[in-house]
Write a protein that binds this ligand. Structure first.
Ligand SMILES: C=C(O[C@@H]1C=C(C(=O)O)C=C[C@H]1O)C(=O)O
Ligand SMILES: [Mg+2]
Length: 468
């Protein structure tokens, strides 16, 4: 079992309380410890009893960084459409301005770290489906495990107020020990049985595609992404841990994320980065244009080559490249990207992929970039505003956090956001899955329908179902 030396946290809380008294405001104390190896999923699962509904999980595709957060030490939310990015930024800065940070490791994703996401379109009328998630939802966890390049760290975050005394330290230290003892035990999670699968209005969806294709031929619109929903019914409550383990096993080269809010759970394995910031280095990705994987290596190669030279898919992709390049050039001195896309092969699907790298000019925050980039034409369309309005008008689906930015940022301003696709919302014994596709002037409703069916597969398989 992992035991932690207590002196630094005790001193930190002592100083935090003194600072809270001096300034008449609450103070965040954050302490980082290097710990022995733990399985991050076991850590996440250790929070089931006490912190259910207040947990998150993140893994980047290479597994260089894994985060698992338990409990809510602080939360930033917004239901305001206009300034939600700015609001999160401002509140986060307020926490950080007075925070006491004990962290001798100069690495990303530890110490005070914010995890959460934004909704796709705060101006679209929401439905009951996403009632547990505001337009922006970010958590500062009580306990956070960081797996950073193979080494493991535990961050403890505590809010100190002027009413507190050192019994706060005793409480936190007891609670933390409890979490670590539980995390040291392996747990198993049942695979619920899928009883029923309902495709929401597939025919109406195809008609919407045909309608949009007509619009694309008659207006300034070049691309619109339309998405649809699958509703699943199970014999028992679905536990996020089971789905998470399945995603990590079968979609390991994705961004894997879990964000709980109340009793609902948003979860997914996305191949698509929105933006990553590491010091001055910025990374983004253009991912659009899709084709199935082949059943044999030869068929797979043939499909890959077909995708690389298919005009409809190249067009779908090129719109994304143009927009991301332009957005990155606004804040970067130098933007590098290859001239031609390459293939990104996932388990069930292959995509056209263009990586983008930039050197950030001083002062641009990751949230500024998230705001500028979201939604890229891979998830919204082009021109941005007209496409969002078309989606608002034509799409039945309440996207909620689907296709929107989900990710983390730390107190040093580093962070990463993925585009939350290949995702689903678990609600007790039910779940909704989401999938969309880029509609351009050459699109055909039937093949876009098939493309979205493939895109449901990662989540559907993780939930124990399959598409025949
Ligand atoms: C919208 C989704 O995927 C996006 C649409 C793609 C396409 O239409 O070719 C490809 C990758 C993603 O940017 C989804 O998976 O739901
Ligand atoms: Mg497509």
């Amino acid at each position: 079992m992992v035991a932690i030396q207590e002196t630094e946290l005790k001193q930190g809380i002592f100083n935090g309380i003194a600072r809270a008294k001096g300034r008449s405001q609450s103070i965040l104390v954050s302490e980082v410890h290097k710990i022995e190896h733990l399985d991050p999923v076991d850590f996440f699962a250790a929070g089931r009893e006490k912190y259910l509904g207040e947990r998150f999980f993140w893994k980047d595709p290479e597994g260089k960084l894994v985060l698992a957060g338990l409990g809510i030490c602080g939360q930033i939310q917004s239901d305001q459409a206009a300034d939600r990015f700015f609001h999160v930024e401002k509140e986060w800065k307020r926490f950080m301005d007075s925070a006491l940070i004990i962290n001798k490791y100069q690495r990303n994703g530890m110490g005070p770290t914010l995890f959460g996401g934004f909704s796709f379109d705060p101006q679209k009328q929401g439905t009951a489906l996403w009632s547990k998630f505001p337009e922006a939802l970010f958590q500062i966890p009580k306990y956070m495990l960081t797996l950073s390049n193979g080494e493991m760290f535990l961050t403890t975050n505590v809010i100190c107020t002027h009413h507190d005394d050192l019994t706060l330290f005793e409480k936190v230290s007891r609670e933390r020990q409890e979490v670590l003892s539980k995390a040291a035990m392996k747990q198993s999670f049942a695979q619920p049985k899928l009883k029923k699968m309902v495709e929401i209005e597939p025919e109406a969806w195809k008609q919407a595609i045909t309608h949009v294709v007509k619009d694309l031929k008659q207006s300034e619109l070049k691309k619109v992404v339309l998405a649809r929903e699958l509703r699943l019914h199970f014999d028992e409550e679905v536990q996020a841990e089971r789905v998470l383990v399945n995603l990590l096993d079968h979609q390991n080269d994705s961004f894997t994320f879990v964000l709980e809010s109340n009793n609902d759970c948003f979860i997914g394995a996305s191949p698509e980065r929105l933006v990553k910031k590491e010091g001055k280095s910025l990374y983004s990705a253009c991912l659009a244009g899709s084709i199935a994987r082949g059943n044999t290596p030869e068929e797979d190669d043939r499909l890959g080559s077909e995708l690389l030279s298919d005009q409809k898919n190249l067009m779908e992709h090129q719109y994304v490249v143009e927009m991301i390049k332009e957005a990155m050039e606004e804040t970067c001195n130098e933007v590098l990207l290859p001239e031609q896309p390459v293939l990104m092969k996932m388990k069930y699907i292959q995509h056209l992929y263009t990586p983008v790298i930039g050197k950030n000019r001083a002062g641009t925050s990751i949230l500024h970039l998230v705001n500028r980039l979201h939604p890229t034409p891979a998830l919204g369309g082009l021109p941005k505003q007209a496409a969002i309005e078309k989606i608002r008008e034509m799409e039945q689906l309440d996207r909620g956090l689907y296709a929107a930015p989900v990710g983390w940022m730390d107190y040093q301003g580093n962070g990463e956001f993925a585009v939350a696709i290949r995702s689903g919302l678990i609600q007790g014994k039910e779940a909704s899955l989401f999938a969309g596709c880029g509609v351009v002037a050459d699109s055909n409703a039937e093949s876009e329908y098939k493309e979205t069916s493939i895109k449901f597969r990662p989540m559907l398989t993780a939930l124990g179902g399959k598409i025949t």
